[in-house]
Design a protein around this ligand. Structure first.
Ligand SMILES: NC(=O)c1ccc[n+]([C@@H]2O[C@H](COP(=O)([O-])OP(=O)(O)OC[C@H]3O[C@@H](n4cnc5c(N)ncnc54)[C@H](O)[C@@H]3O)[C@@H](O)[C@H]2O)c1
Length: 393
């Protein structure tokens, strides 16, 4: 195979962008050969845009069995991600799912296990584009180098996802239990939930949370305060919303070796500051004899220039095509490692599911508990049922 022949299922807001980029030749190892959407207007858009060079389907089964594609990108609403991914794997088609991996971990785990046992030769990725951001890569490198020492606490306030009522009132699948399986956690936050668990580098063992709806006519949550513990003893706080104006984006990671802060309300002002102690805090406290003494530190600022941002090093559109380029290279055997493996979607998603479940039950939950997945699924079904008679959207 010279080039990976791609098909895309779901050419709405996001999938149409990937289709246009592949069609424009932005991945030299890929060619767009097919697209699929159940909506007629989207299929018309594709016919106008791509002409007869790209085959347009109305049913993903027909596209997956057409013999026209080696790989598929799944960009439908979230519930269908694991369903379509499973079918593509059965047909030996390399699969790149957009985030989130699914709505609930039970479905995602089943597909991930199928892939591992039955289709180990098929590449199966997740479109975690923010993992390619230079700022988060720098944070991960500082943590992995040991300079921050053991992590004590990780706190993320991400409340700058402002969405007015008009966003939710536009109809469709967004902002409903049946259509998308949650609110800010499942729609806006999957990248942050992934990075939160990826940077902490340890399994979450308990979650206590409040998830509620503030100021919008929707059934799903748009305001969350969650507290968690990690296997390595660290604690975490995750606060998110879609109704705060102005909102905040601030990630603070404290370790025995100092503190790292990533902040900035938009792509251009984002910065990373690492305040490094001269000696690890536990050692300082042992040797210090001064009443109210404090460890000495120096601050290292990692600020990115406008030029770097424009070149696609930060949160810009280049991130998504870079994940697709990585996927094509791995399919062709030119690179070994996927930026995001599908099963890694379970980390952030189980945190998200645990936040919902803790809030619904009014107590702390452990996402590793054997009954957790079934309990979450049952409680989610209750909300879907209630929504049928009590939809306020
Ligand atoms: N990686 C990112 O940064 C990022 C950003 C935005 C959205 N997304 C993800 O992309 C996905 C799609 O979001 P969107 O904003 O493009 O939504 P959208 O509603 O604009 O597009 C979804 C499309 O899927 C089509 N569709 C639905 N069911 C289908 C089926 N069974 N077969 C074929 N087509 C089907 C719809 O007709 C629609 O055109 C979501 O899961 C979302 O989380 C990812």
């Amino acid at each position: 195979m010279d080039k990976v022949r791609y098909g895309i299922v779901g050419i709405g807001k996001q999938g149409s962008g990937y289709a246009s980029k592949l069609f424009a030749g932005m991945d030299k190892n890929a060619v767009l050969t097919a697209v699929c959407d159940t909506a007629e207007d989207r299929r018309e858009w594709a016919k106008q845009k791509f002409g007869d060079k790209v085959k347009v389907f109305d049913d993903y089964e027909k596209m997956l069995t057409s013999g026209l594609i080696d790989a598929v990108i799944v960009d439908t609403p979230h519930y269908a991600h694991p369903v379509i991914a499973k079918r593509a794997l059965e047909l030996n088609i390399h699969t790149l799912s957009d985030k989130p991996a699914g709505v609930y971990t039970k479905a995602v785990r089943e597909v991930a296990e199928y892939a591992e046992k039955e289709r180990p030769q098929i590449k199966f990725g997740l479109l975690y584009n923010q993992r390619t951001s230079k700022i988060y890569k720098a944070a991960k490198a500082i943590i992995d180098s040991g300079e921050l020492g053991n992590i004590k606490r990780i706190v993320w306030i991400i409340t700058n996802w402002y969405r007015p009522q008009a966003y939710y009132s536009q109809g469709g699948w967004r902002g409903t239990w049946a259509g998308e399986g949650g609110g800010v956690l499942i729609n806006q936050d999957p990248h942050q939930l992934d990075l939160f668990t990826w940077l902490a580098g340890s399994k979450i063992t308990s979650v206590n949370a409040i998830a509620k709806t503030v100021g919008r006519k929707i059934n799903v949550e748009n305001d969350v305060t969650a507290m968690c513990t990690f296997e390595n003893g660290a604690t975490g706080v995750f606060i998110t919303s879609t109704h705060d104006a102005p909102g905040t984006n601030r990630l603070e990671i404290s370790g025995e070796g100092g503190k790292m802060v990533i902040s900035g309300s938009n792509d251009f002002s984002m910065k990373l500051e690492f305040t490094k102690l001269e000696m690890l805090e536990p050692e300082f406290s042992k040797v210090n004899k001064v009443f109210m003494g404090k460890p000495k530190s120096k601050t290292i600022k990692v600020k990115f220039t406008l030029g770097e941002i424009i070149k696609g090093l930060l949160i810009d559109k280049g991130q998504h095509i870079n994940v697709i380029r990585n996927f094509s290279s791995v399919v062709l055997g030119k690179e070994d490692k996927l930026i995001g493996k599908y099963e890694e979607g379970l980390n952030g998603l189980s945190f998200s599911n645990a936040i919902h479940l803790s809030s619904w039950l009014g107590k702390a939950v452990n996402p590793n508990d054997k009954k957790f997945e079934d309990m979450y699924y049952a409680e989610l079904q209750k909300r879907i049922e209630e929504e049928k008679t009590n939809s306020i959207k």
